[in-house]
Design a protein. Sequence first.
Length: 431
Amino acid sequence: MLFNMSPLIALIPLILYIVFAFKDINPILNVLICVVITAILTQQPLLSMGSVIGESLGSFLGLIGFIIMLGSALGAILRKTGVAENLVITVMKKIGINTERKAIIATMITSMLLCALLGTLAGANAIIAPIVIPLVASIGLTPSVLAAVFMGAGLTGMFIGPFSPQVVTIMELTHLPYGQYLLSAGIPVTIVCLIVTYIMANKIQKNTKGIYMYENIESVNTSNEQSKEVKNATLAFIITILVFVIYGIYSKSGASYAIVVMFISALITGIVAKMPINTIFETLVEGASRMVWLFIMFVLFTPFITFIEQSGAFTELVNLLQPLLESGNKIVFSLVSTLTGIFGIGGAAVAQSVVMDKMFAHIVTSLDISPGLWAMILLVGSQITSFAYPEADMLGQMGLARSKDLKNMVKLGVTVVICTVLLVGIRSILG
């Protein structure tokens, strides 16, 4: 450390990162500033940062950033081929949206499904919104309800999607195969969030009907009379994903498996839809380019966390928290670590999971916390931050739903936070 300062000083850039994450500052600039400050505090030679960044390109966070880019590329193919629209309309029609409750359920399932397949909240709901809004508006759902559904149900897709960045990250950190991850963390947290979202959506509909409403909504073709190419491409996409998921579970494939899945699924879907091969790759590049900023951010995040870890700051912090964390064994540790993740660590959920694992891995081992419980703590601690604060994810879903009702979104968020933290507490009691 610079001037032999306490290792805890190295946590100052992390605090700055958290503060900047909730401000209107470019995420890449945020991480870059914090990397430079951390490098100075830990006496890293700034002229050798090029080689550090080079190593970061092959890091786990770099891999996750690349997977996110491929997810965006796949989304572009699904939109271009009409597969995304076909999936949305099919699900909506199969359920039937002749009542408000059915409209809520249909939208929840559609949002969760596409977010799970693409591994992105904003990207998936951006595809859904123009199709869903005219359908639910005709039933009388308010923009406030749709925003809550996009947020609550959409994020649950990120909890269970086999190739979503958060799931891949937690599986890698806990060494759990996909099936065990689902049973231990993904499905329980998803069920709680879906129940809360459904109850709150109905309550919001009752309270906002006649106050907020959609006006001048464009019509959408719901006949679902898609071309043969679109139908074939949709079927090819579904079969490809299912085959890859089944094989991935059987072979216990790692994080890099998602790269193969995303690329081949996009390629097969495009070919079956009879897109020219040049157009397929142009669309892939165009879609991936939308997430280049996140890839760069994750590459920069690796030296940021590495420098802090090398300073001994995480170890020192955990030593200070040791009496509190160990006083109640698993229950107190589970609650404290979860709340630390939700309220004490901001930014991208993947990065939050990595920071939490770096901070608490030693105590997880000493208290003999099961991988399943730790997976749930990481999931709630990193993902539920989006519900705890009215930040980018929450505001983004409001924008997509054309809602200005922040009050009800905050109510949804607070309810989800309380229920998921209680779930962690109950899970820690059960062992």
